[in-house]
Design a protein around this ligand. Structure first.
Ligand code: AP5
Length: 188
């Protein structure tokens, strides 16, 4: 089974590359951002709490995320070829918890880290913000999301490096070039 943790700053191309990986390798795709936005769209009490955090560019607390991931993994179909975890984990605590959870189900994962220069991240997200309707695609929130990424998410790269399942990809190139780098990793 091929499990991929697709990590990178906001706008690094996690969602874009996930779609291409799904098409070529037939993996399942779990975007925690999409799961959270679906909860907001329901208008539930939980959705309102999540909205208040996401629209300010803050992370949802780890405790809230654990249930989402456990439910997902425990309900994977038997013939599943693997999953792309897009946007999860985002803290070292989430990474530790995911390692344990995957182990419990006899699985492991490789982390692919999309590295993109900050100016390019901002440009991409401002451009997307013109059409996305996402409350967090505005300059102030984008800057805050990038700061949150540096403080809370970047340390997970060291976690996976230490565990020997970390690969970096230069995400500054065009979509196809970035995907070529990912294909080379996955085809090994
Ligand atoms: P999430 O939805 O995951 O947002 P994000 O991490 O900020 O990432 P984005 O979706 O903005 O960017 P992306 O890297 O997917 O890039 P994309 O392919 O879209 O999470 C949203 C929020 O939910 C978080 O801020 C947090 O509050 C919460 N959350 C989610 N997971 C959580 C967790 N585990 N714990 C706690 N909270 C959590 O590309 C962006 C744009 O660039 C697009 O327009 C695209 O067309 C373009 N583009 C992509 N690649 C290229 C390229 N190579 N060249 C040119 N343009 C490109």
């Amino acid at each position: 089974m091929l499990n991929i943790i697709l990590c990178g700053a906001p706008g690094s191309g996690k969602g874009t590359q996930s779609e291409l990986i799904v098409k070529k390798y037939g993996l399942q795709h779990l975007s925690t951002g999409d799961v959270l936005r679906a909860e907001i769209a329901k208008g539930s009490e939980l959705g309102k709490q999540i909205d208040a955090l996401i629209s300010q560019g803050n992370l949802v607390p780890d405790d809230m995320m654990y249930g989402v991931i456990e439910n997902y993994i425990s309900s994977l179909p038997g013939d599943c070829k693997g999953t792309i975890f897009d946007g999860y984990p985002r803290t070292v605590a989430q990474a530790e918890s995911l390692t344990e959870l995957l182990k419990k189900y006899g699985m492991d994962a490789v982390m692919i880290d999309l590295l993109v220069d900050e100016q390019l991240l901002i440009q991409r997200l401002i451009e997307r913000g013109k059409v996305s309707g996402r409350a967090d695609d505005n300059l102030n929130t984008i800057r805050h999301r990038i700061a949150v990424y540096h403080n809370q998410t970047e340390p997970i790269a060291h976690y996976y490096l230490h565990h020997g399942n970390y690969v970096a990809v230069n995400g500054n190139h065009g979509v196809e070039d970035v995907f070529l780098q990912i294909e080379r990793i996955l085809d090994k």
